[in-house]
Write a protein that binds this ligand. Structure first.
Ligand code: AMP
Length: 273
């Protein structure tokens, strides 16, 4: 397994290989969710590249940039075991420029849901993902459905900027009790973790209501809010796959999303119906 931190060096190395590339961008502290993305990349491509970079431009002031978990050595071992060919470890200094040209999140879809509670977050995400995709130039790039809005905005960016990469969405990997895997779960005390289970429980309850033919969004949201109490809620929203609000669930074209805070940890989860 190769470890490269210079963007130009990686670009040159990958070009020379002349192989199909599966790419998994991450912020490290790798868990089963990331491994699932890597496994899919391994199956479908000749070379697998993982990047590990805690991207400062997607953190707002006061967020957890400084305390975001960093596990470089453990991450290297996980990648090696998962059959990764190259890890890209850029630094803020070697990937960002002074007074640089910026890509912005779209004015509506980038500023609802997660974009409303974290204005500017998605501009930072798109900036780094655009750079990373241009450096790696992968055949396919793998993203988790857990970050549903991020996935949607990346798909839009690829379309709007005529980028030549296939974006592959991967289902959310969960703990045995339903909690969606996240690098931030390590912040949770056992008490907060118990509270956090209300998030997946609310989504399961919604899915059950829908299977019993309750399609009214308001009714479903009210039930979910009852289950989520007393967690601090960022949002509970039911949208179509284009992230537009809907009044009635349409199976095959709906995503239910929750953002809630357990202790001081913001957690995201969703289900696709
Ligand atoms: P992160 O390191 O949190 O930025 O995540 C890197 C990639 O892994 C993103 O595409 C995430 O959506 C994806 N990911 C994170 N958690 C999970 C999970 N539990 N299941 C599947 N994919 C995930």
């Amino acid at each position: 397994m190769k470890i490269i931190s210079e963007p130009q060096e990686l670009k040159a190395y990958l070009k020379e290989q002349n192989k199909t590339i599966g790419y998994v961008p991450t912020m490290g502290a790798l868990h089963e969710g990331h491994i699932e993305l890597i496994k899919n990349a391994r199956k479908e491509n000749e070379l697998v590249v993982v990047s590990i970079f805690v991207n400062p431009t997607q953190f707002l002031k006061g967020e957890d940039l400084d305390k975001y978990p960093r596990r470089d050595e453990a991450d290297k071992k996980i990648c090696e075991l998962a059959g990764v060919d190259v890890i890209f470890f850029p630094t803020k200094e070697n990937i960002y420029f002074e007074d640089e040209v910026k890509i912005e999140a779209p004015e509506v879809r980038g500023y609802v849901l997660e974009g409303a509670t974290r204005p500017g977050h998605f501009s930072g995400v798109l900036r780094i993902v655009m750079k990373l995709l241009n450096i790696v130039n992968p055949t396919r790039a793998y993203f988790g459905k857990k970050d549903a809005q991020q996935l949607n905005l990346i798909q839009l960016m690829v379309r709007h900027y005529y980028m030549d990469v296939e974006i592959v969405p991967i289902n959310t990997v969960r703990e045995a009790d339903g909690l969606a895997r996240s690098s931030r779960n390590i912040y949770l005390t056992s008490e907060q973790r118990k509270e956090a289970l209300k998030i997946s429980a609310s989504l399961y309850a919604a899915s059950k209501m829908i299977s019993k033919k309750e399609f009214d969004v308001q009714t479903i949201k009210e039930e979910m809010l009852k289950i989520l109490e007393p967690l601090e809620i960022g949002y509970v929203e039911i949208v179509n796959r284009e992230f537009k609000p809907i009044n009635d669930v349409e199976v095959g074209n709906t995503i239910i999303l929750v953002e809630a805070v357990a202790g001081t940890t913001r957690l995201l989860d969703n289900i696709w119906l």
